[in-house]
Design a protein around this ligand. Structure first.
Ligand SMILES: [Zn+2]
Ligand SMILES: [Zn+2]
Length: 702
């Protein structure tokens, strides 16, 4: 009999279970199911197992052989009898094994995901197809028939028994395809005593909720071998998501253990509600479920949500965004469309791509007016360590290469959150961090910081050479220090106040003067300083790096941001405003921009305008452009008379007096000139221009 080719064929029904097909075929051939299975070449071991195991098949099954012996039916249709369910079972086992590490609800899901020992049924389907049982009816969450829109039956209305638990029959022709197969009590013997209640008659037609039908329809392909493993896995992820949501709307998985007969009832309501909510991810139902969290300091993704798919994690985080602290919002990207769980970033790699202060153009775009520019740039740069990071704040703080201030960071978080553009600012920071992670930065800022700390960036001689080539005055040590600090800023992307103490004077006005120096730096000198920076970089292994850089990415709507587009203003307008204005504040006000914006434009487009050549410039402006507070102080200290200064710079006494008062310079006593005349080495008769600041100025500018 084992090599028999049967004269009758019975094609499998779409979605039919393997055990059902054998039984239906055996009934047609009028032989016991086990005999048929053995004759078709089904391994003996499998034949003896329970119906559920037969339905899942076995790797040793040969669909070609079975198809050949079963009167040449389609081998693919034979394989489909078990391969869909066995693949589902394997993928679920893998998913549960992956989720085993999370202590949340997923561990409990095996009982609502793994195929059941018994099978549910749709009375109408059984009636229409003459007793063919579908593999999907063994899935615990398969609660309704999408075709007939009714709930499936799980227990015989007459005896309360479950169906298809037993394996293939050994002695009897399987005639129980549409009737209850539960044994009934009676005298022992060879009689086949069964309940035999007609299962195709539904006692009460229970309409299934629409949301539940939608869920079953969505999962229709989960056992279909025509879809790829990847697609099946997506569906399983979705199913697990629905179950996790169901546990948040009243599903008690332990109740199923206590009352397995009522499993269908326990699952129906919560699963339907979960599907309705997840079908409108941005809707109010989903929002209520996602934010129903009694914690005073809510976590981004509390333990109850362990094991959700990345898609659901994104939905949850977006809903929970406003509950979270700015640190968590940054970590989880929760205000963006790419909200996600923490994958953990390599802080060392991220730090290489970060300067000590946020790039000035990004600071102009992102800074809320309530935070000072320098504070914002420093805090925002530190904040860029957060997106995607699992590192504790303390770790980030410890590893941050510059000075940090915890209070300042807290204030940054509060004020950004309070700003009407706060969400857009945080989203932009997340976008910048992503941009750095995917594209990297062409500058290794860590190496730059180390380099700038190890070498002499600009020695006195190099500075003199630069100035001589440009025909400008090298000035005193102070000017050299400013130039060196300007180069340090260029190389490291840091702020002057973050530079090593050796590059600064310990006077309160030094940084203020440095800002003036930077604004007044002629284009030719800036160009030569940049050339000097290029040579330094080339000589120290940074040939491939640009001198300066700033991330460019366009996935951000500039209208959402608090600041203007830094490059929207014409550089020429900025140059003119600076040349014509008494102070940087006046120039910025005239243009309606910030001083930080002014500095940015001057860095990117150094001014070609010489303040002295500007016919419209007021005498005091021209005077201020030539003579800073330092030099004016030095001239007075060297004994230069006010009259001499007036004559040299073509200004009147009143302007000079105003300038002295502005800079808090003591007006020299009237009799000083007479006293100083006795000293022939004084500035009245300068012989060495290097020792005489006024002579230097005059020789260069006049
Ligand atoms: Zn049906
Ligand atoms: Zn029964």
């Amino acid at each position: 009999m084992t090599t028999t080719r049967f004269p009758i064929r019975l094609d499998p029904v779409r979605g039919e279970a393997f055990d059902s097909w054998i039984d239906a075929y055996a009934q047609r051939l009028l032989i016991p199911g086990r005999d048929l299975a053995a004759a078709l070449g089904v391994p003996e071991k499998l034949v003896r197992l329970r119906g559920c195991n037969v339905a899942k098949g076995d790797p040793n099954l040969d669909p070609e052989q079975i198809a050949r012996r079963a009167c040449g039916i389609d081998p693919a249709a034979v394989r489909d009898l078990w391969s869909g369910l066995s693949r589902y079972d394997r993928l679920i086992a893998e998913h549960l094994a992956r989720a085993a590490s999370c202590p949340g609800a997923v561990g409990w899901f095996a009982r609502v995901l793994r195929p059941m020992v018994s099978s549910r049924w749709c009375p109408s389907c059984l009636h229409e197809n003459g007793g063919r049982w579908l593999a999907a009816w063994r899935l615990p969450w398969q609660l309704a028939c999408p075709t007939h829109q009714t709930m499936l039956a799980s227990h015989c209305p007459a005896c309360g028994g479950t169906q298809r638990n037993a394996g293939l029959r050994a002695k009897y022709v399987p005639d129980l395809l549409t009737t209850c197969a539960c044994p009934t009590a009676g005298p022992a013997g060879h009689l086949d005593r069964r309940c035999r209640h007609d299962l195709t008659i539904a006692t009460t037609v229970a309409r299934a909720p629409a949301a539940l039908i939608a869920l079953q329809a969505e999962m229709a392909l989960i056992l279909d071998t025509a879809v790829t493993d990847e697609h099946a896995l997506k569906l399983i992820d979705r199913l697990v998501d629905l179950l996790i949501i169901a546990t948040r709307v009243g599903l008690d998985l332990r109740a199923i253990d206590r009352d397995r007969r009522n499993m269908q009832k326990i699952l129906t309501g919560p699963l339907a509600e979960a599907h309705a909510a997840l079908s409108h991810p941005t809707g109010s139902a989903m929002r209520a479920i996602a934010t129903n969290d009694p914690a005073r300091h809510p976590g981004a993704l509390p333990q109850a949500w362990d094991g959700v798919s990345p898609e659901l994690a994104a939905i949850l985080l977006q809903h929970r965004d406003r509950l979270l602290s700015p640190t968590k919002r940054l970590r989880y990207h929760s205000m963006t469309a790419t909200a996600r769980g923490l994958e953990g970033i390599d802080l060392t790699t991220r730090l290489k791509t970060l300067p000590l202060a946020l790039w000035p153009d990004w600071s102009i775009r992102l800074r809320p007016p309530t935070i000072a520019p320098d504070t914002f740039r420093i805090a925002a740069a530190i904040a860029l360590c957060l997106p995607g990071s699992t590192d504790a704040l303390q770790t980030i703080s410890d590893r941050w290469p510059g000075p940090r201030n915890r209070q300042r960071m807290v204030m940054f978080g509060r004020r950004v959150t309070a700003d009407p553009h706060g969400t857009a600012i945080l989203a932009a920071l997340c976008g910048l961090a992503d941009h750095l992670d995917t594209g990297g930065a062409p500058i290794n800022y860590e190496r730059r910081r180390a380099l700038a700390g190890e070498i002499e960036i600009l020695n006195r001689r190099a500075w003199r050479v630069i100035c001589r080539a440009d025909g400008v005055c090298a000035g005193l040590d102070r000017r050299h220090m400013h130039a060196r600090l300007w180069l340090w800023e260029t190389l490291t992307g840091g702020l002057p106040r973050q530079s090593p103490q050796t590059l600064r004077l310990r006077t309160p006005e030094f940084l203020r003067d440095h800002a003036r120096f930077a604004l007044a730096l002629p284009a030719t000198t800036a160009r030569r300083l940049n050339e000097h920076a290029r040579q330094l970089l080339d000589a120290h292994g940074c040939q491939r790096e640009p001198i300066a850089w700033s991330p460019r990415f366009t996935d951000i709507d500039p209208d959402q941001l608090p600041g203007p587009d830094p490059d929207a203003i014409a550089p020429r307008a900025v140059h003119l405003a600076i040349a014509e204005s008494r102070t940087a504040r006046h120039a910025a006000d005239k243009l309606g921009i910030t001083i930080a914006h002014l500095h940015y434009i001057i860095r990117v487009h150094p001014s070609e305008i010489d303040a002295l050549t500007l016919s419209t410039a007021a005498p005091r402006v021209r005077f201020a452009a030539l003579l800073g507070a330092d030099k004016l102080t030095q001239l007075i200290d060297h004994g230069t008379s006010l009259r001499q200064i007036e004559a040299t710079y073509n200004i009147n006494r009143r302007t000079l007096h105003d300038e002295l008062v502005t800079h808090d310079i003591r007006v020299p006593p009237k009799n000083r000139r007479t006293r100083l005349r006795r000293n022939p080495r004084s500035t009245d008769c300068p012989t060495n221009p290097d020792q005489d600041p006024l002579a230097e100025e005059v020789s260069v500018h006049l």
